[in-house]
Design a protein around this ligand. Structure first.
Ligand code: ZN
Length: 478
């Protein structure tokens, strides 16, 4: 009973304190635990299972689009990191250094990879000789380290998991196509699997990746009206190739620099899942990514035949859904709470009376709706319901984003909107860094992207009033 009581303690109301709500959910849904190193997280089995599902879907798509997985070393010699000037400038403030091996001081410091561009470049310079060696389409799944000052589980941590694609191409156009193709792969992952709507676009010069020619991004809106960058794809141009001397002999035997890309998504996506779909009862997971899609909770399980029936239903439905029976000795109400907290999309209740009538009770996590269904129809009903929940979550997130998207034609208007209905703001921008800086200073909003789908919401820059025909999405962001 004391355990029951402990669980009934509510999580913080998300409308009262969203940050605390988030922290409560990641802890109570058993996603992470804190480690003794500040800003490092322990990803617990339930959190890791979500990451594995993301990995499985994306890895298949990465291979389907012609890429191969490789593994690069964890350490980068300082001299190697410094070869590309913009790149080191961008990353230097958050790099962790290894200075000793055992008790001996190293001749050269080693950096713990914050990203692996320079490692791939060093390798590519060795293995690329001719146009026949191109394209090179590599990807790695790994961890990286960035010494962040303020940290939050999944959103910003000293160490996180990700994949990073690194490719080399013969022409600028091919590299451009690759950059766009992988952005589309990420967008499909977010929308079709995670049920998170995204806006595709290009980052401004200020916000692009250090050392890139340009950066494409997908941006999403969280429940509290803050934006989150959910994936990026960079066209690196020939900057790294020139710094690392990655050249190939073209068909005429002339040496050319390769054109490169890099692209990545991280465990941040789990943070996005929590903040887009979660509610005051905890996590809400889209069926396609949920480690458990259906949880069977036996009612009065001590009574004869109940547990057996629950197991029988599990075996029957196994081919159609990731399904489990919770046969622990906790009270049904406790189990309901726990699986709601963990965001399991469907709950199936079965007790002695249900068995008598040949029915079960299904409860949807997304709407809270309870439905009584005949047992013999479950093979059809469960997959249909899961796909309905998947769609509903995506539609809800889209509706929410629409309700929190405003159009501003002046800085005052922008400030007003960010205070009364925080979310995305569509506003025209002249392209000057000074205006971008001033907008951030005055409103706290940063440029999220210059969307591919352009529209004209005004004819002048929201900041300086100069003529402008470029639409930008702005928001306060994670
Ligand atoms: Zn301006």
């Amino acid at each position: 009973m004391s355990e029951n009581k402990k669980f009934v303690q509510e999580i913080t109301d998300m409308e009262q304190d969203f940050a605390q709500w988030y922290t409560d959910v990641v802890k109570k849904a058993d996603l992470v635990d804190y480690s003794s190193v500040r800003g490092s997280m322990i990803i617990r089995p339930y959190g890791y299972a979500i990451w594995e599902n993301i990995q499985r879907v994306l890895d298949e798509e990465i291979k389907e689009t012609g890429h191969e997985n490789v593994y690069m070393p964890l350490f980068i010699p300082e001299s190697l990191l410094q070869k590309e000037k913009d790149h080191i400038e961008g990353f230097a403030p958050e790099v962790a250094w290894v200075t000793h091996g055992g008790s001996e001081e190293l001749h050269e410091r080693l950096c713990v990879r914050p990203t692996s561009e320079v490692l791939f470049c060093e390798h590519y310079a060795q293995i690329i000789r001719s146009h026949r060696d191109l394209p090179k389409l590599y990807n790695q799944w790994s961890n990286v380290v960035r010494w962040e000052k303020t940290t939050r589980p999944f959103l910003r941590s000293l160490e996180f998991l990700w994949q990073e694609g690194h490719t080399c191409h013969a022409t600028d156009e091919e590299a451009h196509d690759e950059t766009r193709k992988m952005l589309d792969v990420y967008a499909a992952l977010c929308e079709d699997i995670l049920a998170i709507p995204v806006i595709k676009g290009r980052k401004t010069e200020k916000e692009k990746f250090a050392g890139a020619k340009f950066t494409y991004t997908i941006e999403s809106l969280m429940h509290d009206g803050k934006a989150l960058q959910t994936g990026t794809s960079h066209h690196l141009g020939t900057g790294f190739a020139e710094a690392f001397n990655i050249q190939y002999a073209d068909k005429n035997g002339e040496l050319q620099y390769v054109h490169q890309t890099s692209w990545g998504i991280t465990t941040r996506l789990i943070g996005a899942l929590i903040m887009v779909h979660g509610d005051n009862r905890g996590l809400v997971l889209p069926p396609k990514i949920a480690p458990t899609q259906v949880i069977i909770v036996p009612i009065a399980q001590h009574k004869e035949g109940v547990l057996e029936k629950a197991e029988e239903l599990k075996d029957l439905l196994k081919p159609f859904a990731r399904i489990k029976v919770d046969a622990s000795d906790k009270m049904p109400g406790w189990k309901f709470n726990e699986h709601e907290m963990k965001g399991v999309p469907l709950r199936l209740e079965v007790g002695p009376k249900d068995i008598e009538k040949g029915q079960v009770v299904l409860a949807r996590r997304d709407t809270g709706e309870k439905i009584v269904m005949p047992m013999d129809q479950l093979k059809d009903i469960i997959p249909a319901l899961l796909s309905e929940i998947q769609q509903n979550l995506f539609m809800q997130a889209k509706k929410h984003r629409l309700a929190k998207t405003n159009v501003a034609s002046s800085l005052d208007e922008m400030k007003e909107q960010l205070n009364t209905n925080p979310g995305l703001i569509k506003a025209m921008w002249c392209g000057e860094l000074a205006c971008e800086d001033k907008i951030k200073e005055d409103t706290g909003a940063t440029s999220r992207c210059i969307p591919f789908d352009q529209e004209s919401v005004a004819s002048t820059c929201v900041c300086c009033g100069k003529e402008s025909n470029q639409l930008v999405y702005w928001a306060r962001a994670y």
